[in-house]
Design a binder for this molecule. Structure first.
Ligand code: PTJ
Length: 244
């Protein structure tokens, strides 16, 4: 781990880099995950590395969608597992959703390592992709899912996603919540709810909102009726372009 003094102006960003590098070293994160992280960092820099109002609105809608869901699932890839493992475990427990490993860069060994990593962070059970449940409308490794998890889900939480699977999930009739710092990505534009924020900041905020919404699914549904993801994306893109 890099010896970064807490007073360093880029302390939080550098510690997050360390977490991704540690993920690669442990075999949790794909080497490609470093590149994806760098892209995210660039957008975060343009967004001032803070959670904007459009992110908070989307986070509230995501919480509402998760508490109102019949069969929610929390999907885990190598970057999310490295950056927010404990928060993903807490989120899954808070909305009674299984965690399911689903990765783009195919590797049986990495799938197992991610499962063990999540278990080490307190996950009681982690669903794995199978060969007998296959998502339609997609050809990558992400098509292999679990029959008791993503295949049967009505709402799937997919932080740091690739656009193809997001589209396939939506075309399969599922509602998709994503966290993506790039409001122009295919994932951001295809998801039902897009939280344009760093997953590091978004997960604690989402957990807090789930706690606040848990006891009132009627209010959660009413909020979802009013929610407009297009408006959120327009505001996020404007923030990236203008720096405000
Ligand atoms: O573990 P795997 O094999 O499933 O691979 C995971 C990655 C993320 C490497 C894979 O899904 C991938 O290649 O994703 P993309 O297509 O590069 O997209 C990642 C998106 O996440 C980009 O739009 C980035 O801007 C965004 N992103 C990166 N880091 C963060 C982020 N969004 C939120 N928080 C971050 N920390």
């Amino acid at each position: 781990m890099t010896d970064v003094p807490a007073t360093h102006p880029r302390y939080a960003s550098l510690r997050t880099r360390d977490a991704i590098v540690a993920g690669v070293e442990k075999g949790v994160t794909s080497i490609h995950g470093l590149v994806a992280h760098g892209r995210g960092e660039a957008f975060d820099y343009l967004l001032g590395e803070r959670s904007h109002d459009f992110a908070l609105d989307a986070t509230d809608a995501a919480a509402a969608m998760l508490v109102a869901a019949e069969r929610p699932v929390v999907s885990v890839n190598g970057n999310a597992a490295a950056l927010v493992p404990g928060e993903l475990v807490a989120l899954a427990a808070a909305v009674a959703a299984p965690l399911e490993v689903n990765i783009f860069h195919a590797s049986k060994e990495r799938e197992r390592t991610i499962r063990e990593h999540m278990e080490a962070h307190g996950a009681p059970d982690v669903l794995m992709p199978t060969r007998h449940a296959v998502l339609d409308h997609i050809d990558s490794n992400r098509r292999f899912v679990n029959p008791d998890g993503i295949q049967a889900a009505d709402v799937v939480f997919v932080p740091l996603e690739d656009g193809d699977r997001c589209r396939a999930l939506v075309r399969s009739g599922k509602r998709v919540i994503t966290v993506d710092l790039n409001p122009m990505s295919r994932t951001a534009r295809t998801a039902t709810v897009t939280i344009v924020d760093n997953v590091i900041r978004a997960l604690p905020l989402l957990l807090e909102r789930v706690g606040a919404r848990r006891d009132d699914t009627g209010a959660a549904r009413a909020l979802l009726d009013r929610y407009d993801n297009e408006r959120v994306l327009r505001a996020a893109e404007a923030a990236v372009r203008t720096g405000r």
